[in-house]
Design a protein around this ligand. Structure first.
Ligand code: ADP
Ligand code: MG
Length: 326
């Protein structure tokens, strides 16, 4: 990076570096460099907007991951919200509060990660704000996306008789986090699921454009908590089958040694797969084989969420989804 003064790159030199690196999406008539980005409006489309805040020590530890991966994850968790509506991510806006302990190289790696993750979903970094922070890195990411008017899949909409589906394995990210917290190294697969989660943009788009899902959410706080939001908004209940939860080989191996880990698959956060409901009992002929979706339960008219074991007994999860204020 150019133009260093007093040890760190100057704000405007950083912005011009970001501007070069980010490029500009076709959907924008003006990107980084002015007071606002300008996006001409398309008719028959809805604009989706979502923001996430990531605070060092609460959402991440800088020593656990590379700055590039942290940038990717910051973008990915935000893009996942667009995926969860079935939309197409377009623009990211990145606020950085940068502590003095963060080197220019680390800032560059972080922003490069954001730009790379955005680019892999066809989105661009279209603006942001950069300032110094007293201690600890603060990140705010806002994403905007587009969807055909009226097609967004919301939390309400699930109804009695719908099946409950999840995309991808559950609990991997929470297992990796608990290993890291205990000073252990997760295997490469689990580490990748934790550090660089993959937002399910293509699946979300398929579900929304074909009107296959009645309600949808991305699994950021754990299946029970996130499905709980769907149930509350839709004023229904659900019955889940414990043995139907999709688990990775790495997770299954750990589970064989410690059966209580199943609670991580039920209530561990940050998997960033999708949980959705659909009136269709079988989706395999509706969506391509590249998407693995698993039916984990059914919507019931009885309020509440019940988890059934193979023998018909109810299972009680000891873990709760993540709540920042409790
Ligand atoms: P303002 O004074 O209006 O806040 P800035 O000087 O902060 O403008 O920003 C100038 C341009 O650089 C704007 O287009 C802004 O969106 C962009 N920008 C600033 N910081 C970032 C960042 N961290 N990531 C992406 N774009 C940024
Ligand atoms: Mg500014």
């Amino acid at each position: 990076m150019p133009n260093k003064k007093s040890g760190h790159i100057e704000e405007f030199a950083l912005i011009s570096w970001i501007q070069d690196k980010a490029g500009q999406g076709d959907h924008l008539s003006l990107g980084i460099g002015d007071d606002c980005a300008i996006q001409p409006q398309q008719s028959h489309q809805d604009l989706l907007t979502s923001t996430d805040l990531l605070i060092e020590g609460i959402h991440f530890k800088r020593e656990w991951s590379s700055m590039f991966d942290l940038g990717r994850k910051s973008a990915a968790v935000n893009i996942s919200d667009i995926a969860a509506m079935g939309g197409t991510p377009q623009s990211l806006f990145l606020g950085i509060g940068r502590p003095k302990t963060m080197t220019d190289g680390e800032v560059e790696d972080f922003i490069s990660g954001v730009i790379a993750e955005a680019g892999s979903h066809g989105a661009v970094l279209a603006g942001g704000d950069s300032c110094a922070a007293p201690e600890g890195l603060m990140i705010s990411v806002t994403v905007q996306g587009a969807i055909s008017a009226g097609d967004a899949i919301c939390r309400q909409g699930a109804s009695y008789g719908d099946a409950v589906y999840v995309s991808g394995p559950l609990g991997d990210s929470a297992l990796a986090l608990s290993l890291l917290q205990n000073g252990q190294q997760p295997d490469d697969y689990l580490a990748q699921r934790f550090h660089t989660p993959a937002p399910q943009v293509a699946l979300g788009q398929k579900l929304s454009s074909r009107h296959l899902a009645t309600a949808m959410l991305d699994i950021s706080d754990g299946l029970l908590g996130d499905l709980g939001h769907i149930l509350e908004a839709s004023k229904v209940g659900a019955d889940l089958m414990l043995t139907n939860l999709p688990l990775s080989d790495s997770f299954q191996r750990a589970l064989n040694k410690d059966p209580e880990l199943i609670d991580l698959a039920l209530a561990g956060g940050e998997d960033y797969g999708l949980v959705f409901t659909s009136p269709l009992k079988d989706l395999s002929d509706q969506i391509d084989a590249e998407f693995t979706v698993t039916k984990v339960g059914v919507i019931s008219p009885t309020p509440g969420l019940r988890i059934f074991q193979d023998n018909g007994d109810l299972y009680s999860c000891k873990r709760r989804g993540f709540d920042h204020f409790s």
